[in-house]
Design a protein around this ligand. Structure first.
Ligand code: GTP
Length: 588
């Protein structure tokens, strides 16, 4: 899950060697109690001061240039600086500056297109530099002003808790309500039942940021009112309202939709279907709120600005000022999207994009260029090299947040579709094995421990035989939900086979893993499943091994499987450990 708190004493990125960045980082670290707004304001002031020095330096260089000898390098440099400033100034609230800098950039671009080998062109260019560009640069300096530019950032700092959404059930008479309440217990949701909306409104201060209210349609208006109240208190709260009840007429359904509720079920709907819908809703909302973004840009203060803005909006952000470390960061961080600058000193964004696409694992990574390039044909050329979209700098903070949030959400949806098992929503076989290999490599590198678990339903064939395949599916889904809710977000859970599950638990030793699995086993064995008039229980068995006790991840998995087999032999409904010497066949 995304890190919600800003850790401003973190260095932005160790691969960035700029003294300027060191200063920024130091300033950020010195004032850990400052608000994000303060830090952004500080960053903007620094940008103004640094830009003033840069303009001064440019003017000095132009002043020193020689009428007789064409200095095309100077012109090239001037273009690069103006291009970069055009892109970054807008982000720091200097719109007018950005606008004028762009005009000047275009002018210099035109001059650069003159044939360089024709010495007779230079005197005219020299004259442009001295009589037009120099005064314009002075003018740009004036536009920097003294006061700190305003940043549109972060009044809406989001505080998405790591916890899942709370389901609030507004009680109601009737069979549908009773069976829904029963069904939801299998899904491991955090549930709160209230007798009425009025009772709920008295508990508002104690509820988390994310809420799904479920109520009869007769309560729809009251729910909307509560949502209004809640969002008045905390605007970033996310509250969905799902109603059930009979609304057969077009007009009445239309009225309900116009109120602004998010879902409607008839009382004839199967409770399992509703529970699954809620599960999906919850997952989507959690995914919509976060997102992992990697940004590569050589403008370090702009990079820091983006990082602050997106982190404060609930995203997890990594930044790189130079691209050399990009592959190791991609592998370690696994971003949902990559924002890439087009011109980065010696490096070109499009070439990097092409290089990234060399590796099949990054073929589907959305790459978005962030650039001050406005020329459509240049943009298209850059896109042809493997990126998906172009965002023109300057981009406002709100635009940046919305763009990145939407792209992250879509990328996650797509990745989920590809990676997740359709019945349970857990990782597919190949993906959980991949996660295991990644975790194994990480443990070796950092010297940490991780547990690997194989878990299997007991006598599941009988469940299918006695109650039918559909009921069997419900049991599998109930276990998947329980695992999702009981395990940490950092744990990886996969459906390994039919009724067999594999789990990777980072930073976890055998004893801790055993305790957690034992609790899950106990909880699961207490669930009451229904099939018609029949009620029944199902149990599970698990085997656990320490991932890094083995020569490779496959051997660790094999050891966990052996421990599971042993548990089955010992009578099922329990948890067995593979000891360190398990490779030699000693199990407990
Ligand atoms: N409903 C349902 N059943 C499944 C699914 N995948 C596998 N199964 C069933 O799971 C059962 C597994 O049976 P077995 O491997 O004999 O194991 P078991 O009956 O659980 O016995 P033990 O593992 O020894 O406790 C088979 O009947 C499979 O048809 C699924 O997606 N849905």
């Amino acid at each position: 899950m995304p890190v919600r708190l800003l850790t401003l004493n973190n260095p932005v990125n160790s691969s960035i060697k700029s003294p300027w960045l060191n200063t920024v980082t130091k300033i950020m670290a010195e004032n850990p109690s400052d608000s994000v707004e303060d830090k952004l304001r500080l960053l903007s002031q620094r940008f103004s001061h640094r830009t003033a020095r840069e303009l001064d330096d440019l003017r000095h260089k132009i002043g020193q240039s020689d009428e007789q000898h064409g200095d095309w390098e100077l012109l090239e440099y001037l273009h690069q600086v103006l291009h970069r400033l055009t892109g970054s100034a807008g982000t720091f609230g200097l719109q007018q500056f950005s606008h004028q800098s762009r005009t000047l950039e275009q002018l210099v671009k035109g001059l650069l297109q003159q044939p360089h080998n024709k010495g007779d062109k230079w005197p005219a260019i020299y004259s442009e530099l001295q009589h037009r560009i120099l005064p314009e640069l002075k003018d740009l300096d004036r536009l920097l002003g003294d006061s700190a530019p305003k940043s549109a950032a972060i009044s809406e700092r989001q505080n998405h808790d790591n916890e899942d959404a709370l389901l609030v059930l507004v009680e109601h008479q009737g069979a549908f309500y009773t069976s829904l309440q029963e069904e939801l217990k299998h899904y491991g949701f955090a549930l709160m039942s209230v007798a009425s909306c009025a009772e709920f409104s008295q508990k508002l201060s104690r509820i988390p940021t994310s809420v799904i209210m479920i109520a009869h349609v007769s309560q729809a208006q009251a729910c909307i009112e509560i949502r209004r109240l809640l969002q008045q208190q905390t605007p970033q709260r996310s509250i969905s309202i799902v109603c059930f009840g009979s609304c057969p007429e077009f007009d009445s359904r239309y009225k309900i939709a116009a109120l602004g509720i998010d879902g409607l079920f008839s009382e004839a709907t199967n409770a399992t279907e509703v529970a699954e819908y809620l599960q999906r809703l919850q997952t989507e909302r959690l995914e919509a709120s976060g997102g992992k973004v990697l940004i590569v840009d050589d403008d370090v203060d702009l990079l820091e600005h983006y990082r602050l803005t997106l982190t404060a909006a609930g995203m997890t952000v990594k930044t790189l000022g130079t691209p050399e470390a990009i592959f190791s960061v991609l592998s370690e961080f696994k971003p949902d999207i990559l924002l890439l600058d087009v011109h980065m000193g010696a490096y070109s964004g499009p070439t990097l994009a092409r290089m990234i696409r060399f590796q099949p694992q990054w073929l589907s990574l959305p790459i978005i260029y962030l650039s001050a390039e406005q020329d459509k044909s240049e943009q298209l050329k850059a896109l042809a090299d493997g990126a998906d979209e172009f965002i023109s700098k300057p981009i406002s903070d709100s635009e940046l947040k919305e763009t990145v949030r939407t792209r992250c959400f879509r990328a996650r949806q797509l990745a989920n579709l590809l990676a997740r098992d359709s019945l349970t929503g857990l990782l597919k076989h190949s993906l959980i094995k991949q996660e295991m290999a990644n975790e194994y490599a990480r443990c070796r590198r950092v010297g940490e421990q991780a547990a690997v678990v194989m878990l299997d339903l007991d006598h599941f064939k009988r469940v299918n035989d006695d109650y039918g395949h559909g009921t069997g599916d419900t049991v599998i889904k109930a276990l998947a939900n329980l695992l999702t809710h009981r395990l940490r977000k950092t744990d990886k859970i996969g459906r390994y086979g039919g009724e067999e599950f594999a789990i990777v638990m980072p930073q976890c030793d055998l004893t801790q893993a055993e305790q957690i699995l034992e609790q899950i086993r106990l909880h699961f064995s207490g669930l009451v499943f229904q099939s018609g008039r029949n009620e029944f229980h199902v149990t599970l068995s698990a085997g656990i091994a320490l991932l890094n006790d083995y020569e490779d991840p496959e051997s660790a998995l094999e050891a966990a499987d052996q421990a599971l087999y042993q548990r089955k032999q010992l009578g099922r409904n329990g948890v067995s450990l593979a000891l360190a010497g398990a490779a030699k066949g000693e199990q407990q």
